[in-house]
Write a protein that binds this ligand. Structure first.
Ligand code: PRP
Length: 178
């Protein structure tokens, strides 16, 4: 396995770029002739949204939301709260929620529920990574970059205590550093 700055790489920047290109093609195909609003979930989704948006050729705008994390341990209580709302209404629009990782599914279940209350024309989910073994809520993404086992991943937006988000590859957090 190759490394970057001493960290084991799970997916290289080339593999990520290739996969995002494919996802962009699929999304373009599915939304041909339509307008799209990509909604990034801060902060982890920012690099993925930037690349995915440039991989689609549909007429696309961006918006961002932020949810409180309460720490991962409390997340399992289902306590997810919106701390930054949408800037623009999504009623009647084609919405794509863009996430770096779909884990327990609590965040996306919450966001899907509140976005559906605004009556979008359609609502889809794109997740760069999916950890199906961790799921608590029954929710799937329409577009998944890579499905992975329960590994602690960092880089390409994903953090450990806010660090490592800027790694260009998706790497593994060394067990002795967690
Ligand atoms: C991560 C990720 C998702 C959420 C997924 O966010 O970006 O929003 O966890 O987990 P779930 O499926 O178990 O709800 P995090 O809280 O780490 O915030 P961040 O994006 O700012 O890193």
């Amino acid at each position: 396995m190759s490394t970057y700055q001493g960290l084991e790489i799970l997916f290289t920047r080339e593999q990520i770029a290739e996969r995002i290109k494919e996802m962009g093609k699929q999304i373009t195909h599915d939304l041909e002739g339509e307008k799209l609003v990509m909604i990034g979930v801060l902060k982890g989704a920012a690099p993925f949204l930037a690349d995915l948006a440039r991989a689609v050729t549909v007429d696309t705008t961006f918006d961002f939301v932020a949810v409180s994390s309460y720490g991962k341990s409390n997340r399992t209580s289902g306590a997810v709260k919106l701390i930054k709302d949408l800037d623009e209404p999504i009623e009647g629009k084609n919405v794509l929620i863009v996430e770096d990782i779909l884990d327990t599914g609590l965040t996306l279940t919450y966001l899907r529920k509140i976005f559906l209350q605004h009556h979008p024309k359609s609502l889809r989910i794109a997740a760069l990574l999916d950890k199906p073994s961790r799921r608590i809520e029954k929710i799937e993404a329409d577009y998944v970059g890579f499905s992975i086992p329960n590994l602690f991943v960092i880089g390409f937006g994903m953090d450990y205590a806010e660090r490592y988000r800027n790694l260009p590859d998706i790497c593994l957090m060394p067990p002795d550093a967690q």
